[in-house]
Design a binder for this molecule. Structure first.
Ligand SMILES: NC(=O)c1ccc[n+]([C@@H]2O[C@H](COP(=O)([O-])OP(=O)(O)OC[C@H]3O[C@@H](n4cnc5c(N)ncnc54)[C@H](OP(=O)(O)O)[C@@H]3O)[C@@H](O)[C@H]2O)c1
Length: 285
């Protein structure tokens, strides 16, 4: 049974990557629930879209999670506007990158690690004094690929395993201060990211040496079919789980949302040799 925190303390929350998808749905959902929401975006048009859709209580913050100066500026802005509030952070901003390592451009690999891992660490580190002083919470958005690494996802999975590791470390590191840390394992949610995966794949193949791309064509076609065939759920379903993770008196360390997350958790329990064999057969049968 769900037990909400009984407190008169007002709740403020920063959601990174709130321009679209899960971040956007969560910003609006929590705004409707009466939280003081700080929604981070990178473009003026996304700021205006949020302002138009939300109540006047929601504040947009211009912040690229990889830009330390912007993160510090956001901290200075938010700290002055959250006196008397419990402050929590949802690390949602993230990018996806799929493909065999041999044809992934290294610039894209570095960019993904920068956003999904370094950006998350930078925002968390910067906002920790505020979170710790107010006994707020940290909610990290991970993926089924943070539980099970499969071909075509070596880079993305590495970043989401890192998110899982960061959540596990911080959960105990911050326990003495009353800060709870939850990891939300997500997959598959109907957001822009799914179209981006297919578009990026086409671009990557066009840029690769044709003979190298051909070596991996069976594998890439298999994973493209997977992206299209697995039914997704709406982003608001993740928003509801995030709301639980910040309002429940006993938040879980790990939440699973969406069919992909449950499937990955189940497959990760199989012995490794059996898992490798099953994957190999599924792709090359
Ligand atoms: N959809 C799924 O099935 C799924 C599955 C597993 C995990 N996830 C995770 O869920 C999270 C949200 O993804 P989504 O599906 O909602 O995708 P999305 O619609 O593409 O949203 C990604 C968000 O991250 C922001 N972002 C990207 N790079 C950034 C940066 N350097 N600084 C600040 N913000 C940045 C984007 O902002 P811009 O618009 O400015 O680029 C956007 O707001 C990600 O961490 C993703 O890995 C999603």
């Amino acid at each position: 049974m769900k037990t909400e925190i009984k407190t008169n303390q007002k709740q403020a929350i920063l959601i990174t990557g709130a321009s679209t998808g899960i971040g956007y749905a969560t910003a609006l959902y929590l705004d409707k629930k009466g939280y003081k929401v700080f929604a981070s975006v990178r473009k003026e048009a996304d700021k205006l879209k949020l302002i138009h859709a939300a109540s006047s209580n929601l504040t947009t913050v211009m912040m690229d999670v990889c830009d330390e100066e912007a993160v510090n500026k956001a901290y200075q802005q938010i700290i002055t506007e959250t006196e008397g509030f419990t402050f929590s952070l949802v690390n949602n901003a993230g990018v996806s990158l799929n493909g065999p390592l041999e044809i992934l451009p290294f610039a894209d690999i570095k960019m993904l690690m920068n956003v999904n891992v370094c950006g998350l660490l930078s925002v968390t580190k910067t906002f920790l004094p505020l979170i710790r002083n107010t006994k707020g919470r940290i909610v990290n958005i991970s993926s089924g690929h943070g539980l099970l690494a499969i071909p075509d996802k070596s880079v993305y999975a590495a970043s989401k395993f890192a998110v899982q590791a960061i959540s596990d470390s911080l959960r105990v590191e911050l326990k003495p201060f009353g800060v709870n840390v939850s990891n939300i394992v997500v997959g598959k949610i109907n957001t822009n990211v799914l179209d981006k995966i297919l578009d990026d794949r086409k671009k990557m193949i066009n840029q690769a040496k044709p003979e190298t791309a051909k070596l991996y064509s069976t594998q890439m076609e298999y994973f493209d079919r997977e992206v299209k065939s697995l039914p997704g759920i709406e982003a608001v379903e993740v928003a509801k789980v995030i709301a639980d993770s910040i309002s429940n008196a006993k938040p879980k360390a790990q939440y699973l949302v969406g069919p992909g997350a449950k499937k990955m958790k189940m497959l990760a329990r199989f012995p490794q040799a059996m898992r490798d064999n099953m994957l190999y057969k599924a792709i090359y049968k």
